[in-house]
Design a protein around this ligand. Structure first.
Ligand code: MN
Length: 742
């Protein structure tokens, strides 16, 4: 012990203690002396356990658990139990402290949470490692939501301190965050955390755009503040004149990420986005008067500023299924600018910002809101219930149900059912009861027969007609979107597959018996060889005669009763078409690629540029090792990047451009403009080929109602050249926008 003590400098020891004391001050709930003793004990254990660890930035590791505890207290509003667990969240994984010791010291309640926070072992580099970990986290969600809330805090602190990490790790962590933590934060109503995740991720994957928007926001701040004032002042006066005294009214800036989203979605520039902020009115009123008061305020707001009726959203009467309650309207403010106004009570505001965590506080007050989460947790349990569910699929299902908005439909009795947007009649059947789903024969919506895959609209009244002999088929999977229905159909299919696979299993058993080798062990070797999920798939494929046992075994030797794959030279493994296409690429483009992957010259890796995002030299890129087609280079902003990084993070390698190159890269532009009927193609081709000196590979153009949309594929040397081309095309007459296609 004493030998360890010297590892923290006296200065550090002081800072650590100070960080702890400051964290304790952030706890909002009351706590007992016993709580205090336990938190301090957890602190002491963590300080001691992490003594030999430092973070990438060089600071002692212990600052991390303390910071996580602080986020739990300050930003999520959690109490002493969560603080103890946050302080201990990394000790089991990273230090000699065991779960048993934590249980002895603090009790089972604590060790269970810490267990949930500890990553799974022994799955390193398995494609589903990440997914298994997520699944574990989500399983604990159904037992104790605090585990996930602490995980959120952990992730947030890691994201905030990502600067010291190497670039490829940053990308991987950002991808995971986008893939699972952001939707989860959304679903748990942790609005502030979700927003910060999105901004921090964007800062990593799209640095350039992030700083551009941040800069523009800064530059326009003064004008915006003045505008908000001119909007708010008459409102404030009108509210006071109507006798309202306990309220706050203020402008809230939108996040950089959401602004970026608008720019992309609406294909506008920063200057064209009018609603860079929303105005919020928060009313301090007793629970019973909330709804009535919100509508009174709505009435005053729309007296002062003209509303746009289609933009009225009433989440007070029917909260969103993540608990969000608020009354939204968009009105026309000074200078004819649209402004979104959000009207809500203090309680609603707290729930909107802190979501689930705030629900505990109001749990006693208004049962309805709590039930929204309760119902959702039941859904989580349903998805988790699926026997031997595959983790990656589980996450996919989970996500479908995470991010979606919802539709409100009714049973024939008039009971309300909330389903994710896009849910079908068949989803509805499964949401009523598994058996009703299994035997769903026909569905009526508002009294009319519809196909089972029919998408539901809010307000539909749905009734299901069942038939005993009916059972799920593979086609059903395409007719549902909810995790519950998918997992139920899938497990039914799996059972069916298992039955059909029995023949294959017996055939393999006979074969292995003849060869005098163990059935279980060698079956698993084949499962791995084919990259199947389970033996069921192997047996099924053999049954269906898509795999011939004797042919497969040609690839194996038997050594000590075990199948051993015969080593094949790498050349033979490669897919010929890939090889050929690469050769032709190399012929066409002379010169070195000037790309480095993991510090090596990329040519050593036989890479290809991904065609989904067409990177050009100068883009932010990463390398991805595919299972069958060698290495591909993608842009970090590639729409597929998130998925790849989250699922197959271990296949990601760092890639960077060095120097300049003679190589040509393909880049695709989307050009939108007004069709003046004077030969747009000619005008643009001239500009591109003659003035800019670039080669056009293809040019498609499509016009409608005086507008045209063109897709042009260009050969450029680098990003700089591409950016210049975009700028030059933008200022051409009649051109509305020029954007690079992701
Ligand atoms: Mn951690």
């Amino acid at each position: 012990m004493q030998k360890k003590e010297i590892i923290y400098t006296p200065e550090e020891k002081k800072d650590i203690r100070q960080a702890y004391d400051e964290m304790i001050l952030c706890i909002k709930s009351k706590f007992s002396e016993e709580d205090e003793r336990q938190m301090f004990r957890a602190y002491e254990i963590a300080v001691d356990a992490h003594i030999e660890q430092r973070r990438k930035s060089g600071e002692p590791y212990i600052f991390h658990p303390i910071a996580v505890a602080r986020i739990c207290a300050e930003e999520i509003g959690l109490g002493p139990t969560a603080i103890v667990c946050a302080l201990l969240h990394d000790v089991v994984e990273d230090t000699p402290i065991t779960l048993e010791e934590i249980e002895t010291e603090f009790g089972e309640k604590f060790s269970k949470i810490v267990d949930g926070l500890t990553k799974l072992d022994g799955l390193h580099n398995s494609p589903s490692q990440q997914a298994e970990n997520f699944k574990k986290v989500l399983s604990t969600l159904a037992d104790d939501v605090r585990v996930v809330l602490i995980k959120m805090a952990d992730r947030l602190h890691n994201m905030r301190t990502l600067g010291a990490m190497p670039r490829h790790k940053q990308l991987k962590i950002a991808a995971e965050t986008t893939f699972i933590y952001t939707p989860l934060a959304h679903r748990l109503g942790l609005y502030q955390i979700k927003t910060e995740y999105q901004d921090l991720c964007m800062k990593i994957t799209n640095r350039e755009m992030y700083s551009n928007i941040a800069k523009s926001l800064q530059e326009t701040k003064r004008a915006r503040t003045a505008f908000i004032e001119s909007f708010i002042n008459p409102l404030d006066a009108a509210l006071k004149a109507a006798g309202f005294n306990n309220f706050k009214i203020f402008g809230r800036p939108k996040s950089i990420y959401s602004i970026w989203n608008k720019i992309k979605k609406k294909e506008v520039t920063f200057d064209e986005i009018y609603d860079l902020f929303a105005v919020r009115i928060v009313l301090d009123v007793p629970g019973a008067q909330e709804k009535q008061t919100c509508w009174q305020v709505y009435s005053i707001v729309t007296d002062v500023h003209t509303p746009i009726p289609e933009r009225l959203r009433d989440w007070v009467t029917t909260p969103k299924s993540n608990g969000y309650e608020s009354l939204h309207t968009t009105v026309i403010g000074p200078d004819g600018k649209y402004v979104e106004v959000q009207i809500r009570s203090v309680r609603m505001d707290e729930i909107a910002e802190r979501g689930f965590a705030a629900h505990w506080k109001y749990k006693g007050g208004k049962e309805d809101n709590y039930n929204v989460f309760d119902a959702w947790l039941n859904n989580v349990r349903d998805i988790l219930d699926t026997p031997d569910g595959d983790a990656i699929q589980f996450i996919e299902d989970f996500k479908t149900n995470l991010f979606n908005e919802e539709v409100y439909v009714y049973t024939p009795n008039g009971d309300l059912k909330i389903l994710p947007k896009g849910a079908t009649a068949l989803d509805f059947a499964f949401s009523i009861h598994t058996d009703i789903g299994y035997h769903c024969h026909a569905v009526k919506i508002n009294g009319k027969l519809v196909p089972m895959g029919h998408q539901l609209d809010s307000g539909d009244q749905v009734s299901v007609i069942t038939k005993k002999t009916q059972k799920p088929t593979e086609a059903w999977l395409k007719m549902v979107v909810t995790g519950r229905a998918r997992s139920k159909i899938r497990s039914s299919m799996k059972e069916e597959k298992r039955k059909q696979g029995e023949f294959g299993m017996e055939a393999l058993q006979r074969k292995f018996k003849n060869l005098k080798i163990d059935f279980e062990e060698n079956s698993d070797i084949l499962v791995k060889y084919f990259n199947f999920q389970s033996r069921v798939d192997l047996f099924y494929e053999i049954s269906m005669e898509r795999i011939t046992i004797n042919n497969v075994l040609k690839n194996f030797n038997i050594e000590n009763g075990k199948l051993v794959e015969i080593e094949v030279e790498e050349v033979d493994v490669e897919i010929p078409t890939e090889k050929e296409s690469r050769r032709s690429r190399k012929d066409k483009f002379e010169g070195k690629s000037q790309l480095r992957v993991a510090g090596q010259n990329a040519d050593e890796y036989n890479y290809q540029l991904a065609t989904c995002c067409n990177p050009v030299q100068g883009d932010d890129v990463f390398a991805y090792l595919t299972a069958t087609a060698g290495m591909k280079i993608h842009r970090t902003s590639c729409p597929n990047a998130t998925h790849m990084m989250a699922h197959y993070g271990y296949r990601i390698m760092k890639a960077e451009w060095v120097g300049t190159t003679k190589t040509d890269f393909v880049a695709e532009l989307l050009i939108v403009g007004i069709d003046s009927g004077r030969g747009v193609i000619q005008q643009l081709s001239n500009k591109i080929s003659n003035s800019l000196g670039l080669n056009i590979r293809s040019f498609y153009i499509d016009g409608h109602e005086g507008y045209f949309e063109g897709k042009v594929s260009l050969l450029v040397k680098n990003k700089n050249q591409l950016d210049k081309a975009i700028q030059a095309l933008k200022v051409e007459e009649g051109i509305t926008s020029v954007t690079r296609i992701d």
